[in-house]
Design a protein around this ligand. Structure first.
Ligand code: QAP
Ligand code: CO
Length: 167
């Protein structure tokens, strides 16, 4: 089932997600629906916050990467650590459609997370995957990339978004 994606500045995008405690069929249905919703919108990442679920989980599929097919990744209760390096990346967001802006992130991070069955994993990620994980993890803390911009860029982007909304 395709879910409705909340659009910035919906106040529900500011809610902080609760840890997932039940690794049941309801959780699996939500993960499946989020993947379907992400693919239907041609996104590469979607967090539960963006579909109005106050839970700490997100899905990512970067699409085909150096002649490898795309792979769906599911992250539940992620915890980020060991940031290394810096990268400026032109980010977009399914909750801010039609707008992109360069955001500063760590180039490399370690993420410890659970899969849909509750098993724990650790992954060292870099470049686009590291950026995607940081972007989606922000959603779980109620942060949209717009809030990560310098004050000047943030003011300009917010103005552009307001203008587009009221058209
Ligand atoms: C987050 O972003 C992300 O404006 C996922 O019109 C951002 O899926 C991960 C999208 C940067 C890694 C790097 C945006 C689709 C999708 C739009 C997305 C749009 C249509 C964004
Ligand atoms: Co986003």
């Amino acid at each position: 089932m395709i879910l409705e994606i909340l659009k910035y500045p919906d106040p529900r995008l500011k809610e902080v997600g609760d840890p997932v405690t039940q690794f049941d069929t309801e959780l699996h249905q939500l993960l499946d629906d989020m993947a379907e919703t992400m693919y239907a919108s041609e996104g590469i990442g979607l967090a539960a916050t963006q579909v109005g679920k106050k839970l700490r989980l997100f899905v990512i599929d970067l699409g085909p990467q150096d002649s490898q097919p795309g792979k769906l990744l599911e992250f539940i209760n992620p915890v980020l650590s060991e940031p290394q390096g810096k990268i400026a990346f032109e980010e977009g967001c399914l909750s801010v459609p039609g707008f992109t802006e360069e955001v500063n992130r760590s180039e490399m991070i370690t993420v410890t997370y659970q899969d849909r069955f509750g098993n724990s994993h650790t992954l060292r990620a870099q470049d686009l995957l590291a950026v995607a994980i940081q972007h989606e993890n922000d959603h779980l803390d109620g942060i949209v990339f717009v809030e990560r911009l310098s004050s000047l860029k943030r003011r300009m982007l917010k103005k552009k978004i307001e203008k587009a909304v009221t058209l």
